[in-house]
Design a protein. Structure first.
Length: 382
């Protein structure tokens, strides 16, 4: 019998059978009426998930493409921008902004530290910036910031807020319009339960006004070109039509569940994962709080290389977890729980971690993680 595989990373995440079935349907022509109907429905559902009345631009590409579109459309060479980072993906904002010639002021925290609004406001008071780049969910560390006060502080300073919500959209609360967020960049392969290949960006009216004056070069990622095409349901370039069909189904499933219900599910899955890891005696690397509803990071026991643990889990037990990145490589492992997951996926991952750690010679308490995870999922009030 072929070995069963369990994908437990914060992205890409498993796609529901209904999504895969939609992707497997005969390919539609992107100028035909069938696709235009699908395209319209998908764009409308994206606005609901983004919680915005503005247009959501849909691109073929990864979430990083949505990030690059924000930089290309908002930043001109020499303009000062502020990047707030505390991990691998926050650093990506800085790299993108530098690539487009922006004057990058980098408010850098230690990986795993939680950025504060006060620090951001103080930096903006000291040095004005046109745009502020934030990471809502830093999947390299498991930190999720309280985004609303950041957006307010950035707005008060007269700057535009640009948010990487690639792993947070659909997993934790994010109110684009109500919180006054200017740009939200995301991707399909995380909580939106679709295979990689689609990126999306929403922009406020202030962001659209700024994009009209930006002198950075762009073509594929040009917001206006894409908006013009979407206004007539005629994409400016050939979109990945089958992925759009899958995303439309996934968005429908998410909206049918209800965003608030999805947020609660992710919160409870995060609790279950943290409690299970602690029960076997492991130290958490991500915050031990309900904000960590996207991914849980744990430190490998003394003498155990976390990369070796991840490889053993994948190759011998069929369970794929995420290793540490950058300066955390070899030190932590990460269990994703956004998208198409339930508590039994969490208990499978925990049981496999117990088994693999024992095989590597770690002294851990066996047989307690699953029970504790189930108790945390079932009995703790939200």
């Amino acid at each position: 019998m072929a070995e069963k595989r369990y994908l437990m990373t914060p992205g890409p995440t498993p796609a529901p059978p209904e999504v895969l079935a939609a992707i497997a349907q005969p390919v539609l022509h992107h100028r035909g009426p069938d696709y235009k109907k699908l395209y319209s429905e998908c764009l409308g559902r994206l606005r609901e998930v983004f919680r915005t009345g503005e247009e959501v631009l849909l691109f073929g590409g990864s979430g990083t493409g949505a990030m690059e579109s924000a930089v290309a459309n908002l930043c001109s060479p020499g303009e000062r921008v502020l990047v707030v980072s505390a991990g691998y993906f926050g650093e990506r904002w800085a790299s993108l902004a530098k690539a487009f010639g922006a004057d990058v002021d980098h408010l850098r925290y230690a990986w795993g530290e939680v950025p504060t609004v006060d620090d951001t406001a103080a930096r903006l008071h000291e040095r004005e910036a046109i745009t502020v780049f934030l990471t809502h969910s830093e999947t390299s560390t498991g930190v999720v910031i309280d985004l609303q006060p950041f957006a307010a502080a950035v707005s008060e300073a007269g700057a535009l807020s640009v948010v990487d919500a690639i792993s947070s959209l659909g997993a934790v609360p994010l109110e684009t319009d109500a919180w006054g967020i200017d740009v939200v960049a995301s991707g399909a392969q995380k909580a939106l339960m679709t295979p990689p290949g689609l990126a999306m960006t929403s922009a406020s009216r202030a962001a659209w006004e700024k994009s009209a004056t930006s002198s950075s070069p762009r073509y594929y990622w040009d917001w206006e070109r894409t908006r013009k095409g979407q206004s007539t349901l005629d994409a400016p370039v050939t979109p990945p039509v089958s992925l759009v069909a899958g995303l439309n189904v996934a968005l429908g499933m998410l909206l049918e569940e209800g965003l608030e219900a999805a947020f609660e599910r992710h919160l409870r899955l995060g609790r279950a994962c943290r409690e299970g890891l602690k029960a076997m005696g492991l130290e958490l690397s991500s915050p031990d709080e309900d904000s960590s509803a996207v991914v849980t990071a744990a430190r490998a026991p003394e003498g155990i290389d976390s990369d070796e643990l991840v490889l053993l889990l994948r190759d011998r037990h069929g369970v794929t977890l995420a290793p540490g990145q950058g300066e955390l490589k070899g030190k932590i492992f990460r269990i994703g729980h956004i998208g198409y997951y339930d508590v039994f996926d969490i208990t499978t991952a925990l049981a496999a971690v117990e088994l693999a750690l024992a095989e590597l010679g770690a002294e851990i308490e066996r047989g307690v993680a699953v029970t504790r995870a189930l108790e945390a999922f079932e009995h703790t009030p939200v």
